[in-house]
Write a protein that binds this ligand. Structure first.
Ligand code: F6R
Length: 302
């Protein structure tokens, strides 16, 4: 402080003070002001950087794999599933129905026939089932899984689980929730609806919901009519499904999609924006690894 003052007063030849303080050194204040402003700007830039990093880091668990076509998508997904089973022969898999995973199931059947993997100790839990559709109806998810996978591999059927769509709904929901509570899914396979649904979790389903019954949306009923002789009246209107909470509880997720009609859903899941009206965006807040494996058409809006 004293040093500063000396510089600000008038001195005679011998160095005595002769006058009042002359002028304050304006540069000093200017520098302080400039330094403060610079620090504030740097602070803002660093803060913005942290926010952007955090936002993008939310997605760092999502690995996007764009395959040439449906077959390559199916092979890539099957290889990840096979690697898990090789590492952990007691793996617990979450399975989906629909057209998307059929190619993957075929690849897995091949790998089982080649003795590359065995399903003997694997346990499975399916995502969903129609309500009030006979278990043995050709379009029940029970029949679907049996025909497309279980009957063709060495799995122990007692270790396969599909939610019950017949009987006491409340009890069925509770039983499946309990089963999932006691069995942590290592790898969940998902397809996605055009409206972004996963399982039968339609837009607006809270992300913290567990197993529950649902009324299917018109869009989903229309999409599924192709499996019921294109007759909407034959499509079941209700289903029992794992909730998004159950899906997010799994360690790893593989989301698959092919075709241009899935391009919007894939754009949303990769959008860095979590939206309860687009259920698939919940994968952005998954705690584990998520593989998004799509063909070029489903990736066309990225
Ligand atoms: C089926 C399921 C559904 C389907 C979705 C896409 O178990 O959970 O969410 O994954 O409707 O169906 P596909 O694959 O037929 O386009």
């Amino acid at each position: 402080m004293k040093e500063n003052e000396k510089e600000l007063v008038d001195l005679d030849e011998e160095g005595n003070v002769t006058g009042e303080k002359i002028e304050k050194k304006p540069k000093k204040n200017d520098y302080t002001f400039k330094i403060i402003v610079t620090l504030i700007i740097i602070g803002i830039i660093v803060l913005a950087g942290i926010l952007v990093y955090k936002q993008y880091n939310k997605m760092s668990h999502i690995e996007l794999i764009v395959a040439e076509d449906y077959d390559e998508m199916s092979r890539k997904a099957a290889n990840i599933i096979a690697d898990l089973i090789k590492k952990n022969p007691n793996a617990i898999l979450g399975l989906a129905t629909g057209s998307t995973p059929v190619g993957t199931y075929n690849e897995l059947i091949q790998k089982n026939k080649n003795k590359e993997i065995s399903f003997q100790n694997v346990t499975t839990f399916n995502l969903d089932e129609y309500i009030d559709l006979d278990k043995n109806h050709p379009q029940s998810y029970y029949t679907f899984m049996y025909e497309h996978l279980f009957k063709n591999i060495d799995i122990n059927l007692a270790k396969t689980h599909i939610p019950k769509g017949q009987g006491d709904s409340k009890l069925n929901v509770q039983n499946y929730e309990n089963l999932l509570h006691n069995n942590k899914i290592n790898l969940q396979i998902l397809g996605v609806g055009r409206n972004g649904h996963i399982g039968f979790n339609e837009p607006g389903t809270p992300f913290d919901m567990g197993v529950h019954d649902v009324e299917l949306h018109n869009k989903t009923i229309k999409d599924n009519a192709r499996f019921f002789e294109n007759d909407i009246s034959k499509v079941p209107k209700k289903a029992i499904t794992m909730g998004i909470r159950n899906i997010l509880d799994s360690e790893t997720i593989i989301l698959m999609a092919n075709g241009t009609n899935k391009a919007d859903a894939i754009k949303y899941v990769m959008s860095h924006k979590v939206d309860v009206n687009i259920p698939v965006t919940a994968l952005q807040i998954h705690k584990g690894k998520v593989y998004v494996i799509v063909d070029k058409k489903a990736a066309s809006k990225l």
